[in-house]
Design a protein around this ligand. Structure first.
Ligand code: HEM
Length: 116
């Protein structure tokens, strides 16, 4: 008897789980498009390599730091040379600062998207 009750419980659970799986819908095409439009390639970042138009990548995200460059306490020249850089920027940033400066980067930089 216990065996039969157990079997019924298992069947019910499996049935509910299957029902839940059915309810999950694939994202709409529009959502997928929007997500893709958020990706930025290294080549795109590399185009923004000047003092006036300076993009960098840090931990997989791309930031426009054109405004921050002017007020950076460590000066503009080090930063300017890294405009348009992805992995090199991250390397230099790590070398020069404690992790707390990441907050400043995220706050002061303008988030552009995800590095592809
Ligand atoms: C957007 C990215 C960056 C942010 C938000 C940032 C932020 C800061 C801040 C808040 C300081 C003040 C000193 C401190 O609190 O430690 C500083 C100093 C400094 N930064 Fe940056 N920094 C960035 C990128 C860089 C890069 C890429 C370099 C070098 C390649 C660099 C080199 C320096 C140097 C040399 C100082 C002076 C350090 C000192 O006087 O102790 N920074 N930075």
């Amino acid at each position: 008897m216990k065996y039969i009750i157990g079997l019924i419980a298992v069947l019910l659970l499996v049935g509910c789980a299957a029902e839940e799986v059915k309810q999950v819908e694939l994202p709409e095409q529009e959502v997928v498009k929007e997500l893709e439009s958020n990706f930025i390639t290294e080549d795109e970042v590399a185009k923004h390599n000047t003092y006036e138009d300076c993009w960098v990548a840090y931990q997989g995200a791309v930031y426009d730091i054109s405004d921050y460059i002017r007020v950076h306490p460590g000066g503009a020249s080090d930063l300017q040379n890294l405009c348009g850089e992805t992995s090199l920027f991250e390397e230099q940033f790590f070398e020069q600062h404690a992790m707390t400066k990441v907050d400043v980067l995220v706050k002061e930089g303008e988030y552009k998207g995800v590095l592809k």
